[in-house]
Design a protein around this ligand. Structure first.
Ligand SMILES: Nc1nc2c(ncn2[C@@H]2O[C@H](COP(=O)(O)OP(=O)(O)OP(=O)(O)O)[C@@H](O)[C@H]2O)c(=O)[nH]1
Ligand SMILES: [Mg+2]
Length: 248
């Protein structure tokens, strides 16, 4: 009788739990984003700790959303730590890839384009982002020149491609966050979509076309963090047949 009652109680009170991993180069803003998400969605609404230090190892928290628990894995992005990421792939339900929009030059891989003789043409993916639908003078693609410094754009591309090419991430929803949009020197989200993201998706195997989106955020001010969590929430549910949640 006790076991039956316990079982019924568990059934009535349990929720689906999904896991999301935060990836991106070191200094991209993963831990800052994680802090803001915790302050919005942990039951005790803690103040975000914004004086972060580089992550070695992992920070984990479980956000409480109305219809699920969302477990966040915030891992270190330093070069030597990236090989550890793959151990999370098979159990994650979504990937959030965070980009420092102030450390990617002008946002276009123009040297690569010139060498390969390609342009950012139509790509075979369903990436659809939000944000402004035009470019400003400050980020006008026409102003691109091969002498423009590209920051860590190429590194970012290679790392993102490596994540997407791993068979264990196939079909997993991907949210790309163009972070640090509060800064004057940031590259706009539309440009990141048209440059880096389009390029990466052009290389993706047709079989692994995934649900994806690019959103602008400022992890430091918290702008866009709620929308990012909302997107992940809806997509892990849509994808639950491929990657079922655990009950908790
Ligand atoms: N201006 C601005 N600075 C930010 C933003 N997000 C993060 N930063 C700063 O960027 C630096 C790195 O942030 P972290 O969150 O520690 O970066 P990380 O991706 O966790 O770095 P690793 O743990 O080394 O992989 C810190 O100085 C943050 O304050 C943002 O949206 N705007
Ligand atoms: Mg960190």
């Amino acid at each position: 009788m006790y076991h039956l009652a316990k079982g019924l109680y568990r059934l009535a009170t349990s929720k689906e739990e999904y896991s999301v991993i935060l990836l991106g180069l070191d200094n991209a803003g993963k831990t800052t984003f994680h802090e803001q998400a915790k302050s919005l969605f942990l039951p005790d609404r803690p103040d975000p700790k914004l004086n972060t230090v580089p992550t070695v190892g992992q920070n984990v928290s479980t956000l409480t959303l109305p219809d699920m628990y969302l477990k966040i894995w915030d891992v270190g992005g330093q070069h030597s730590l990236r090989k550890l990421w793959q151990s999370y792939y098979s159990s994650c339900h979504a990937i959030v890839f965070i980009i420092d929009s102030t450390d990617i030059g002008d946002g276009f891989l123009d040297l690569d384009d010139t060498a390969a003789g390609t342009s950012a043409g139509s790509s075979n993916n369903n990436t659809n982002g939000s944000g402004s639908s035009g470019t400003t003078g400050k980020n006008n693609p026409a102003a691109t020149s091969s002498s423009t410094t590209t920051g860590r754009l190429e590194e970012c591309r290679l790392v993102l491609e490596d994540v997407l090419q791993n068979s264990e991430t196939e079909g997993v929803p991907l949210l790309i966050l163009a972070n640090k949009q509060d800064r004057e020197d940031c590259v706009e989200v539309v440009r990141i979509k048209e440059g880096l993201v389009k390029k990466v998706f052009e290389g993706e195997k047709a079989s692994s076309i995934r649900d994806s989106r690019v959103l602008p955020i400022s992890a430091l001010t918290g702008t866009g963090v709620r929308e990012a969590v909302d997107w992940v929430r809806s997509r892990v549910k849509w994808n639950k047949e491929s990657r079922p949640p655990v009950m908790r």
